[in-house]
Structures are given as C-alpha cells and as structure tokens.
Ligand binder design. Structure first.
Ligand code: ADP
Ligand code: MG
Length: 650
C-alpha cells in the first residue's frame, strides 16, 4: 500500500539575498512498512524533504498525498492532528522540553490528542520500559545521557502510535554504542509494521536500511529500492491507519481550556523569576490605581462635606412671583401652615423659616447683644453646632411656641458666672423670658466663628412671640440627599401652588453652586484616575514585553509542541492563559497592597482615603483586560510561528 506519494514537489526559499531552491521536482512513492535512509551532502535538501513528509512544512508547488489525504486540502487543525496521530519525530538534538520530566515529555502528544491522564500516563510508563528507561521516568532531560534522551524521544514518537517515524540524524550526536542501540530499536519497530525514514550521514546506518534515497542540490540522484514492497508483503505487518483525520481534529472548549491552563501553569512554575517580575509590575500598577483613586475620593468627600456644613440648605422660598419683585416686602404669602405642610412631605428633611433678629440678652445683672435665630428641631446643626448640655427642641416646643432657648457657649460665658448651671434658668431674650434647655458648642464652625452671641428659639416662638409677625420673609428647605435638588424644587413648587391656589412665591435653588463643586471634585478624581491609568498602562506594557521576550526565548519549545501535534489554538491559549493568570495574581496582590496603603494614609494623614468597591472592581477588570490585550500580541506571534523554522532555531 502506498502510504506517502510526492508528485513534482518543489520548495524554494525567497529572501533579499535571492532564491534558494531547496527541493526541485521530487517524485517519490513510499510504501507502508518500509525502512528508508535519505542521504546527501549538507545543504542537499534532506531536512526540507523530511519536514514536508512530516507536514511540518508545506511544499511550494506539487502535491503531497499521505494516507489518502491530499495535504493541501487539510486545514491547520487537521494537519496538526495528522502530525499527532500518524507521525513520530526524532531529531538529532532530541528536542525534549527541558522543563518536563521524561514521563511528561513522552505523554505530550497524547495530551494534545485529548487522551485521559491515567491512560496516557500508563502508556508512557510502558513505552519508557520498552526503551529500557523504566527507572528514569522522573528524570529531567538534563539528567539523562544523549542516548537516553534519544530513547525518550523515540518513546514520545510512539505515544500516539507513530505509524510513520521520521528521524533526522537520530544517531548524529551519539557515540557508536548508543547509536547502534537506537538503530536497533528503529529496526524492531519496522518489523512491527512502522514505516521508518532516517536521514543520515553515516554510511553504516544507510547500509542497514532497505532503501537509500540520495539527494544532491534538491534532486533525487539515487533511489535503490532494494526491497520491493507491496500491499501484502509477508514480512511487513502494516499498522492500522488511525481513524478519520477530519474527525475531531479540534478539542471541545472545556478540554481545550483545561489543557492550556495546565500547560500555562507549568510553564509559569518553570520560569519562577520571570513570572515574579511580571507580577511585580502589575502589583505596582494596581496598588497605585487603587490607592490613588481612594485618596482622590477621600479628598473629594471631605471638600464636599465641609462645603455642605456651610451651605446645606439647598432651597430657599421667597414671597413674590419672581426674584426682585417690588412688593416682596409687603407680600405675606408664606405662613406657619406652609411649614407644617412642607414638613409632612416625605422628601423634605428639614424645613424652617428664616427668622433672625438682633436682641439684647439678659440674665441677672449680665447682658449682651445677641443674635436670635428661629429654627426647627435639630436646626442648630446646620450651623455646625453640637449640643453639649441639655436637650434640643422637640415638636411640642414648636407647636406650642414654647418659650425655651438654646444658647451658644459664648452666650453662656457672657451671661453666666463660671460654674453656674444654665439649664432651667430663665434668660430674657428681648422682652421675652425663655427657659434655657441646652447649650450648643460651635466647634469652630465657619458660620459661627467670631464674636456673635448666638441663641436659638423655636421658629414659631421667634416669629409669633418675639417678632410678632405671622408670616415669613423666607423659608429654607432641605430635601432628602437622594433627591435631585431640581426635582425637590418641582415637588415643593407644586405643593405650595396647590395650597395657595396661585404661585405667589419663588424658589432660590443653590444647587448650581453644588453642581460646579461636584464637577470640580469629579475632575479631580478623573485627573487622579488618569495618573493611575497611566501606571496601569505601563504595567501592561511591561507584561507585553515580558511575554514577547518569553515568546522569542521559547521559540524552540513552541516548535517542538507544534511538531508533536499542538494546534495553533493550543499555543495561543497557553500564552494567553499565562498572561491572564499573571495579571490576576498581580491584581489581587495589588488590591491588597492598595488597601493597606489606604489604611496607612488614613491613619497617618488628615485624608480619609475611601477605598471604594468600584475602584477595586475597575482595577481588577482592567487587570484582566490588560492580561488579554497585552497577552494577545505575543500569543498570536507564538501561534503563528512556522514550526519548521521554530525547530531549526537553536
Ligand atoms: P540538509 O538538511 O540536507 O543539510 P536543508 O534541507 O536543511 O539541507 O537545506 C536545503 C537548502 O535550503 C540549503 O541550501 C539551505 O540553506 C536552504 N534552506 C533551508 N531552510 C531554509 C530557510 N528557512 N530559509 C532559507 N533557506 C533555507
Ligand atoms: Mg539537515
């Protein structure tokens, strides 16, 4: 049976220096079960012919048929499968993967064929035993002699069957004894039905085969065909051809990812230092992103908070139909019941008329010029005040227009002797006697600084009992924080319009000021974020560089993997998984480090760095995106490498 047939095969290499015709017009038929030597001087085209026979390389012109498949009609996955399931390669320099032990090296072709781990492990053990290396399974190539390495590579060639064994100078690097052993093994394989093709310089080796093909300048000048084989040659039991090449040439996504992940993790482990350096780059990038964004966020929050302390009443209602209404002073449209109505609205957090009046304060023989402010429950807080003694007003005080007063600590010092308890004492506010129920400290708040002697009355008391007017010049309203102030304005407008039957008021909304502050601080965060993004980018480029270097360092590894049947996809995914994995590990450590840095900054400086979940999520996603995007270029480069070129690279 004709196993391989070459018709008018040529192979040329083109470069700036001109064209090289490595093979010219090759016609050749090889039967199943033959043992052939290819001989010729250096540069005569032996390796090129071997690469084409083994589907590591494609011819420039002509047709190559192997096992009834025209090689031109097969796609890359199918060619890869052909290499995996029909061919076994043996190279002069063994081409074992240095980071894998003997067993794993032998298993590799079955690994890419998707064969179960225990099955392939058992088979690898058997093959090594057959090669007389039963005890050497866990040795790495560097721990084996040349002859032993070559026997490991024969075992690897047989892993998936090895119907056709292609050996390029298999004895070239061996002493005569080891060389003889290897040749013996190949002869025994031929007797079992394998087809053996050997490239050799050695006349003794050539003489020991059944057929010698001699090349000169890319042409066949001699073909001895010592033994004529045909379909039913009694001495050559043929190996059953493996099943359909087109069937299941690619793996399922799951198998594929699992394989790639295993390979990638192994490769990372084998190159610990390089992996650590890459991770370090990512760690620095991510940690700085996380902490810089957190610090920016913290600064923004604290600026906003201090601004809100000063001006946190976002809506003020005035009488009159529009700002600057001439008659505003005499319009009496804002009344006590408006306050009640507003207070009951679920979106309203605080409402109080703005009632202010300068009054004399008197207690016993002491007196002072005071500033009286009418407030609602909790209203002193808007000035940054803190209750340090007694209690706040309650709803009943408001409703009953109770004659109770909150005094500032400055008012306390002006009116009372040191040590005197003020709570329960009566102070004269203007001509209104009021019982002191609490003392408020100003905590150095901006709006209460200075020498103003502040006291606070319930707004109803201040309006009706002290000033004696049942209507207000303005009402301040604060809507809930989660309600946009424009929406709050709309709600209040419609509420009052319905109640009054006419729009006899207008609303001043200071959200504009807030909006610009918000956008300023937002710009700050964005600015810090872009600094962080740049550091991420630098980290990413670092990953890409290291992965690219790793591709060029590992060209031979990639060539070997491809020669024994790895698909392009296998190589691509392996490199991608490597870089994504590095980025994820680096990202996690970086986030941890960033969190620690935030804690440190908060502890040792006045900035409360706020570590937000969003910044963590963003940083982590960025990590993965960097892993993919900066991993793709090197991974594609690795996958696209021409296996024959990759193998010839030393
Ligand atoms: P042999 O194995 O018999 O020593 P080769 O098959 O390796 O010879 O090479 C045959 C010819 O093709 C040589 O002249 C060599 O320089 C040339 N050649 C082989 N590979 C390449 C390549 N990738 N690019 C350019 N020329 C090549
Ligand atoms: Mg060669």
């Amino acid at each position: 049976m004709i196993l391989m047939q070459l018709e008018n095969i040529t192979k040329s290499y083109h470069s700036d220096a001109g064209s090289v015709h490595a093979l010219r017009n090759i016609n050749l038929k090889i039967h199943a079960g033959e043992m052939i030597a290819i001989v010729g001087t250096s540069g005569s085209g032996k390796s090129t012919l071997m690469n084409i026979l083994g589907c590591i390389d494609r011819p420039s012109t002509g047709t190559y048929t192997v096992a009834n498949y025209n090689s031109q009609t097969l796609n890359d996955d199918e060619i890869s499968k052909l290499r995996r399931e029909y061919f076994g390669f043996i190279f002069q320099s063994y081409h074992l993967l240095p980071n894998l032990n003997a067993i794993t090296n032998v298993e590799l072709p079955a690994f890419y064929a998707g064969i179960e781990e225990n099955i392939r492990n058992q088979r690898a053990h058997e093959l090594l035993k057959r090669m007389g290396l039963a005890e050497r399974g866990n040795h790495f190539p560097s721990q084996l002699s040349g002859g032993q390495q070559q026997r490991v590579s024969i075992a690897r060639a047989l892993m998936n069957g090895g119907t056709i064994i292609l050996a390029d100078e298999p004895t070239g690097a061996l002493d005569s004894h080891s060389g003889h052993e290897v040749l013996e093994m190949l002869r025994r394989l031929q007797q079992k039905g394998h087809t053996i093709i050997i490239i050799t310089h050695d006349n003794n080796v050539a003489e020991s085969t059944d057929r010698i093909i001699q090349l000169r300048d890319g042409e066949i000048i001699l073909d001895t065909k010592k033994v004529l084989l045909n379909n039913n040659h009694p001495d050559s039991p043929q190996l059953g051809l493996s099943p359909d090449i087109k069937k299941k040439a690619s793996l399922s996504l799951n198998e594929h990812l699992l394989n790639a992940t295993k390979t990638a993790l192994h490769a990372l482990k084998a190159n610990t230092l390089r992996s650590l350096l890459t991770v370090l780059g990512i760690v620095i990038g991510i940690a700085s992103v996380v902490s810089i964004v957190a610090v920016g966020q913290g600064m923004r929050d604290s600026v906003l908070k201090s601004f809100r302390d000063i001006a946190n009443l976002s809506l003020i209602i005035y009488p009159g139909s529009e700002a600057g209404d001439d008659k505003a002073g005499s319009i009496q449209s804002l009344v006590i019941s408006d306050i009640d109505a507003l207070a009951q609205h679920p979106y309203v957090e605080y409402v109080a008329p703005q009632v202010e009046s300068g009054e004399r304060l008197r207690y016993g023989r002491n007196d002072a010029a005071g500033q009286v402010t009418g407030i609602n429950v909790g209203g002193f807080k808007k000035d940054g005040g803190l209750l340090v003694d007694g209690r706040d007003f309650n709803q009943n005080d408001i409703k009953d227009k109770a004659q109770v007063v909150l005094i500032s600590d400055l008012a306390y010092r002006k009116l009372f002797l040191p040590g005197k308890k003020p709570i329960g004492e009566f102070v004269l506010v203007g001509r209104l006697p009021c019982r002191v129920i609490g003392v408020v400290s100003n905590q150095g708040s901006a709006s209460m600084r200075g020498e103003t002697v502040n006291v606070w009355l319930p707004y109803s008391t201040a309006a009706l009992r002290l000033i004696g007017k049942p209507y207000f010049n303005s009402i301040a309203v604060r809507t809930r924080k989660d309600i946009a102030s424009a929406q709050g304005e709309k709600i209040i407008t419609s509420l009052l319009e319905k109640k009054h039957g006419v729009k006899d008021f207008y609303i001043y909304n200071n959200h504009q000021a807030f909006a610009s502050l918000d956008s300023t601080t937002f710009t700050l965060t964005i600015g810090l974020g872009s600094v962080a993004a740049i550091s991420l980018l630098v980290g990413g480029i670092g990953v890409m560089n290291i992965m690219l270097v790793s591709v060029s360092e590992r060209i031979r590894e990639i060539g070997i993997r491809r020669a024994i049947g790895a698909r392009k996809q296998d190589i691509l995914t392996q490199f991608l998984v490597e870089s994504i994995f590095l980025c994820i590990v680096g990202g996690l450590i970086g986030i941890g480090l960033g969190a620690v840095a935030c804690k440190g900054i908060s502890l040792f400086s006045s900035i409360q760095a706020s570590l937000s979940l969003i910044s963590i999520i963003v940083a982590f996603t960025t990590c993965i995106v960097i892993g993919i995007s900066f991993g793709v270029i090197p991974a594609r480069r690795a996958a696209q490498l021409d296996p024959s070129l990759a193998l010839s690279r030393e």
